[in-house]
Structure formats: C-alpha cells, structure tokens
Design a binder for this molecule. Structure first.
Ligand code: GDD
Ligand code: MN
Length: 365
C-alpha cells in the first residue's frame, strides 16, 4: 500500500447532533493528526439539520462525508451502511455526541495495523483505564443487567459487549453484514455474535464522557429493541421475531375484543351481534396501531392518508383471516367431534399466519 493511502474511516451515526458535529470533526482532526482518515456521518434525516451541518464542513474539508437516510431510523442499521461506504481498510464506529474518547483511535489503528491476525479493537469501560464516568446508579445497574443478558448469546470473554465504540477491518465486517440483525443500538454485540468464526479482539480502556450538547436517544423503545435483538439471535431462525410480536399483539387484541364486547353487550345492553361487530372493529384498530408502532416501527405508516389506507387494508386482511379461522375450526371439529379445543387452536394459528403474511406484504410492504 502506498504510504499516503487512506487508512481509516470513522463512521458516526447521528440523530439530532447538530451542535456536536463541528466539535467532533475538530477533535478527530487533533486525535488523528498524521493519519489518513475520513469521517462518514450517517444521519437519519435529523430535524435539527445535522446532515446539513456536516455537509457544510464537507464542502471545505473533503475528509468529511455524509450519508443522509430519509424515511428510516436506527443506530445499528445506520452504522452498517456507513461501514460499507468506504474504501478504507479499517473502519471505526464512534458516537457523534463526544461521549466516546476519540484520542483512543490512533491506538486502535496501531493495534490493527500491527497484528494482521487481529480483527477488532474495542473501546471498553470495564478494563484498566476505563470507566462509566458520571453515570448514576440506575444507569449502571441497567447496563450491568443488559451485559449479563448478552452473555446468553456471546461466547467471547468480552468485558464491554455493549460498547458502541470500536474499530474493525473493513473486509471482515463486509463479510458479516448479511448475518447481522441490524436491530436497535447494539452493533458490536451483533457483529461479535454474527461472525461464523470467533473474531480476535483486543480491549482498550476509556472513560465514558458526560454529554454536553444534545440529548440521549436511548429510551424504552431502544430497551425493547435490545430484547428483540437477543431473541432474534437465539430463535429468530425458527420463528421470526416479527411473527412473535404480531401474534403477541393479536393475543392482546383478543383481550380488547372481550373487553369491548362486555362493555357494549352486557353494560350498554346492545344485541350480541352489534356488540361483536363493534368489538371486532375496536380489536382490529387496536392491533393495527400497535403493530404499526412496534412490529413495523422501522417502516411505520405516518400521516392520515397512509394510516387510513393501512387501516382499511389491515381490516380486509383480518376479515379474510377470521373467515379462514372459522372455516378451519369448523372443519376440524366436524372431523373430530370431541376435540373442540385443538380445532379452535388450529383455526387461530391459520388465521394468525394468514394475517401476518398478507399484512406484512400489503399493509407494511
Ligand atoms: N443515524 C442514527 N439513527 N443515529 C442514531 C440513532 C438513529 O436512530 N439513534 C441514536 N443515534 C446516534 C446519536 O446521535 C449518537 O451519536 C449515538 O447514536 C449514540 O446515541 P445516544 O442516544 O447518545 O446513546 P447513549 O449515549 O445513551 O448510548 C451509547 O452508549 C452506550 C453505552 O452503554 C451508545 O453508544 C450505545 O450503543 C452504548 O451501548
Ligand atoms: Mn450518548
């Protein structure tokens, strides 16, 4: 390789980090003096104009590049796209909010360049020289719990699998991309568990800094996504995670149906037929909005037009599913007179698979 060829791409996932962009680029410029690097901001169309802030810098400094994703959200998926968008032989991932210690990057690069057998250099808060900084006890406890859970899928003896700060060989990561779940925040854990062979890694300590500008995006949905990602890694091949969520929400919908029926039939005194029609509509609406917010959160329908079309499509799909449910259950019950419960269950399973398959294609497809 020529002495002055590109050594490193620093991938920076961002969402609403406008104020941090120039601060981070200046910090990278200082930390990586004398190295050939580029920064790739992967921004999910932040309303605060983060992408434009990065483009402004890119116009005067071609080392600063921008991928602006429109209509999509997700830290892991953004990071993956950034890692695949460089000619550099090494890629680092660093948060855009200055909480990670960019002065560790040269050490990470030296480690990878100095040992051809090494795949990943990981910034760790739990080895010599590392720390969680000003975290309160609650955050420390939650992080420790998440780390303990990760041991269920991780074979390697990693002190900080939840770290979002690391450097990896580009060709290695490109080979792993087809096997990544790309859900949520935990891109390093995803990479370490998706690789067919165990990756050789080294951990370097750093102290997690306190955020000065902007705010964290780690919320309850992100915590839920972590559990979804764990499930996906463990059983996703057997029963797809979306089907599990869809069915779980369907079960809740059955509860909603009973509640609405009780209200209209028993409490308000409408006929059983009217009560059932209302309850069915309420339950389908409930299921539609919950699936839109959770099961298909990455392809969420927005705005009244999309929502109305989606809701109508969902009701049509589910109505056909209900007919299939009744048909299958009645048929099996005819064949096996005594066994009413398995017949009912078979009807429910057939309807669930039907509803899932068709709505994933025609409502959120
Ligand atoms: N493109 C994109 N899309 N970027 C995102 C998204 C998204 O949906 N959500 C968050 N980011 C960016 C943020 O703008 C920031 O640059 C970085 O990802 C980290 O997000 P924070 O919201 O600051 O996360 P955190 O500080 O609470 O968590 C970090 O530290 C954890 C350590 O426990 C992350 O690095 C975690 O991955 C890490 O585990
Ligand atoms: Mn942060």
């Amino acid at each position: 390789m020529k002495a002055d060829s590109l050594e490193l791409a620093v991938v920076v996932p961002t969402f609403n980090e406008r104020a941090n962009v120039p601060i981070l680029v200046a910090a990278l410029d200082r930390a990586l003096a004398g190295r050939r690097w580029e920064a790739i901001f992967v921004d999910d169309d932040s309303p605060d104009g983060t992408a434009e802030a990065a483009r402004e810098l890119g116009r005067i400094d071609p080392r600063v590049r921008v991928i602006q994703r429109i209509g999509r959200r997700g830290l892991s998926s953004a990071t993956i796209e950034g890692m695949c968008a460089t000619a550099a032989p090494h890629v680092a991932v660093i948060d855009g909010d200055m909480q990670h210690d960019e002065t560790l990057l040269p050490q990470m690069l030296d480690a990878l360049q100095g040992d051809a057998g090494l795949d990943v250099a990981i910034g760790s808060r739990f080895v010599e020289g590392g720390g969680t900084g000003e975290w309160d006890r609650d955050r420390v406890a939650k992080s420790a719990f998440a780390t303990r859970l990760s041991r269920k899928i991780l074979k390697a003896d990693l002190s900080d699998p939840m770290s979002g700060f690391f450097m990896i060989r580009s060709d290695v990561v490109r080979g792993i991309v087809p096997h990544l779940s790309a859900i949520g925040f935990k891109i390093l854990l995803d990479i370490m568990t998706a690789s067919a062979r165990p990756l050789k890694f080294v951990e370097l300590g750093y102290v997690f800094r306190t955020r000065v500008e902007g705010e964290s995006k780690l919320d309850h949905v992100v915590a839920m996504e972590y559990l979804i990602a764990l499930y996906d890694r463990m059983f996703g091949r057997v029963v797809p995670v979306r089907f599990v969520m869809f069915s779980g929400i369907g079960a809740l919908g059955a509860g909603v149906h009973f509640g609405a029926l009780w209200l209209f039939y028993r409490l308000f005194g409408y006929s059983f037929l009217t009560g059932t029609i209302v309850a069915t509509l309420v339950a389908m609406t409930f299921n539609f909005f919950l699936n839109n917010a959770l099961t298909y959160r990455d392809a969420r329908l927005k705005g009244w037009r999309q929502l109305l079309d989606g809701w109508i499509g969902f009701c049509i799909v589910c109505s056909v599913g209900a007919v299939a449910n009744v048909g299958v259950a009645a048929f099996l019950h005819d064949v096996q007179q005594q066994q009413w419960a398995p017949a009912a269950l078979a009807g429910i399973v057939v309807a669930a698979v039907w509803n899932f398959a068709l709505s994933s294609r025609f409502v959120w497809g």
